[in-house]
Ligand binder design. Sequence first.
Ligand code: WT7
Length: 653
Amino acid sequence: MADVPLGSLDAARPAVPPPETFVAGARHADPGIYDDAEADWVGWWERQAHDLAWQRVWQEPLQWDPPFARWFVGGRLNASVSCLDRHVEAGHGAQVAYHWVGEPGDRRDLTYAELAEEVGRLANVLRGLGVARGDRVAIYLPMLPQLVVAMLACARIGAPHSVVYVGFGAQALADRLVDAGAKVLITADGAHRRGEVLPLKRTADVAMGAAESVRSCLVVRRTNSDVRLMPGRDAWYDEVIGQASPICEPEPMDAEDPLFLLYTSGTTGTPKGIVHRTGGYLTHVAATHRMVFDHDPDRDVFWCAVNLGWITGHSYGVYGPLANRATSVLAEGALDHPSAERTWRIAEVDKVTTLYTTPAVIRALRAAGEDGPEAHDLSRLRLLGSVGEPIEPEVWRWYHEVVGGGRCPIVDTWWQTETGGIMLSPLPAITTVKPGSAMRPLPGLEVSVVDDDGARVERGQAGHLTVTRPWPGMLQTIWGDDERYRRTYWSRFGAEVYATGDRARVDADGDLWLLGRDDEVLKVSGYRLSSAELEAAIVDHRAVAEAAVAGRADPLAGQAIVAFVRLRPGYDRDASTVAAQLRQHVIARFGAIARPETIVIVDDLPKTRSGTIMRRLLEELAEGRTPREISALDDPDLVAHLIEATAEAAGGR
Ligand code: WT7
């Protein structure tokens, strides 16, 4: 990567060079890092891997048998040792690992020594419950310190964890428990959410009723909700932890052993259990956390303000920062509840230097207007990050000027659950950034934007974003389904090319602009949802004959869900009542994140003569546009009805 030729930049969006004050204090300010990595990319990743605590060093850095890669073959390590023990042993036991802030305002600081102790205790408890290396443990917890403890306790005994976001409902949780064959579930009595309490244990009870593999359930006390413990299966977390020893021998894991599973949406109704492994994943997230966030453990307070239930939380809320001995902030509840002021107060009180969050959160904070960042001392902030969606130039500018006071670089990081860690991003002390662009691949990585035939597109053109060489954080497979792994990611452009499912444009300088998904995946408030999954949740309702969903651009959520539904005969008389029930049904079954904003009851879904639903047409309707190309439509008379029904539903939502 050469310097960006300033003369060729788009004048309408002036590029922003790294602020001089930032560069002066940066740890990673040498642009030579790109050439250095490129000269021997495998060796470069090996150098990053050496930063972890290995029990036995690998014999071979990479075996690439497309589409299966094995990183650091023969190496042995335990992730919890790299994240905890080695820091305590080096004399940093008293350093705060997490400043935890509860939604009601309670606080707890956890040092590395305390975290290591509690992890040891829980690890012993899990072993006592019969959890052995390779067994899966599901975690359905709000943003509590115990969530981090649970992840690391699993890592300690070599039991892959599967964290399920607490916004998911009973059915979604049950599906994930069953697919992973989870032996133990760790949950809480309830979760605080915007001043209300979510009945977590009750949801978990329903889910466990449908998941035979779950033999034990540990319950963290959080909301003092009334819960029922099933004798022989359930126990209070506090009680069992108190009786366990804090000393627990770490399981010596192969670099290639799975560290965790994380379910994500794809193009079908069944979620995919993305498998990440120990050595490569940890190498990738630790190295990128150092580079992208210019992290210095003796200077920085890092706040990854997203839920740990998603990959961003796993990689930059837990594993990356802990491997780098970071002090992090962990906040329960929404950042704008009871008001956005909460965010700025936490940043001030905990002296946050680095804030990493999603455009959805940034938009919500910006929309809050009052109680703005101006009223707080945010002078410690030195770096801002964005993840999960493209960030609009106006939102970028507000983040830069108002939050960052114009002195903090912004790193717009592109990656996916599947990539494990950041792939495209500026380096904050090196890259002159263009607001809205994720810029370039990080050192050691290689991507290509290709046309439908897999040929690299010219500069100025758009196409499919692909990754053209293996990377250490890459997913190992889809849990229990190697064939789906191959078909989903490594078949469209050949077995050696990873298809991201995203579209991107390469500009005249070779910088990348993400254009959204290629497939039927929606991003609602930063949550990744597939149309197929949503449709399955809707069709599951007895009144529904058929359903199709489309996304509509939304100024806050990014996209909002519009559901087109054909009812079964007999239910079509009281359509508006059914619509309200349907919304509740989807929330209960899938979770509040899947709430359809608009439900359009239609006489029929638009289909081609061969019976395929015309999704393009539904997208146009959802956006409030008049469909242009309807010649493929089996029943052209349907269009007028669809337009009318959509307008009516949108007006009354
Ligand atoms: C999808 C992955 C990356 C962790 C959180 C989301 C979109 C992600 C960006 C960005 C534009 C982005 C892509 C990607 N995306 N980052 N900086 N600019 N789009 O992980 O839930 O697996 O979603 O999010 O479409 O494929 P995820």
